[in-house]
Design a protein around this ligand. Structure first.
Ligand SMILES: Nc1ncnc2c1ncn2[C@@H]1O[C@H](COP(=O)(O)OP(=O)(O)OP(=O)(O)O)[C@@H](O)[C@H]1O
Length: 252
């Protein structure tokens, strides 16, 4: 069992954003997380990735408890959440954004490295090669040296994915990979996700584009009002009357 989320609750003041949420993402699985606006999906991602402590409940990854670990510690254990390219990074190129995303490779102190500049160059060279490889994989060569802020919505999503890949994740929490992306690029992003999944990387994906998500994820969880409403194969889940009700009385 890869990711195990058990009985997570979280309130903001008097508002209960998450109530006893449990879900599992088996090793290497591709799982979708859907639900109407305000259902609690982003809050759940923040709790899983360690950016927000839960009031109750626990999370484990590959049998190890993540409770109390920082986002960086969770990332080092292989659990990574994608983020929009920060506004202050918009002027940096795609390549620079990816270089900046890689964790400290040497695991050595800056002082130690100061006395061994050759080691620093070696590490930088290796990182530059890893970044070039990710850029090739994501077909971003043509824009690699352009400012990230100038890219299209879909290209920015690919950069987000690239930044996550440089952390060498085993499970990626992907937040709305298709939002604001044109249909052609949606197909491209989907292909890259499938390829990564084929290499054994697991995904938990929040997405409002249900048509695209159901083509990608063979298993869906549905949230509504801070709870898991149901889970299962996309067809069965989307035919569920409770799910149709949650999405504004059958508008799915
Ligand atoms: N930091 C916060 N303080 C107070 N309320 C919050 C906070 N974060 C989220 N909420 C509230 O918690 C509820 C769940 O929000 P959340 O963003 O997790 O939903 P969501 O399912 O991701 O929605 P969407 O699909 O619109 O992104 C919402 O009512 C939101 O207003």
């Amino acid at each position: 069992m890869s990711l195990q989320v058990s009985n997570i609750s979280k309130a903001f003041g008097g508002f209960q954003a998450l109530s006893g949420v449990s879900l599992e993402v088996p090793t290497g699985a591709l799982v979708g997380l859907i639900g109407p606006n305000g259902a609690g999906k982003s809050t759940l991602f923040s709790v899983i990735s360690g950016f927000m402590p839960p009031d109750e409940g626990s999370i484990s990854f590959d049998g190890r408890s993540l409770d109390g670990l920082s986002p960086a510690e969770r990332a080092r254990s292989g659990l990574v959440r994608t983020f929009q390219v920060p506004r202050e990074f918009a002027h940096l190129t795609v390549r620079e954004n990816m270089m900046a995303a890689a964790p400290d490779q040497t695991g050595e102190s800056l002082v130690g490295l100061f006395f061994r500049p050759g080691k620093v160059r070696e590490e930088e060279q290796r990182l530059a090669e890893e970044v070039a490889e990710v850029i090739r994989f994501l077909r971003l060569e043509r824009v690699a040296d352009q400012p990230a802020g100038k890219l299209s919505g879909g290209q920015k999503k690919l950069v987000e994915l690239g930044r996550a890949l440089l952390v060498k994740p085993r499970l990626i929490l992907l937040d709305e990979p298709f939002a604001g992306v044109n249909p052609v690029l949606i197909g491209e992003i989907m292909e890259r996700i499938r390829e990564l999944n084929g290499r054994g990387i697991g995904f938990l994906v929040i997405e409002h584009d249900l048509e695209a998500l159901t083509r990608l994820a063979p298993h869906l969880y549905v949230m509504d009002q801070g709870r898991i409403l149901t889970q299962g194969a996309p067809d069965a889940v989307l035919a569920d009357a409770r799910v149709r009700e949650a999405y504004l009385g059958g508008a799915v």
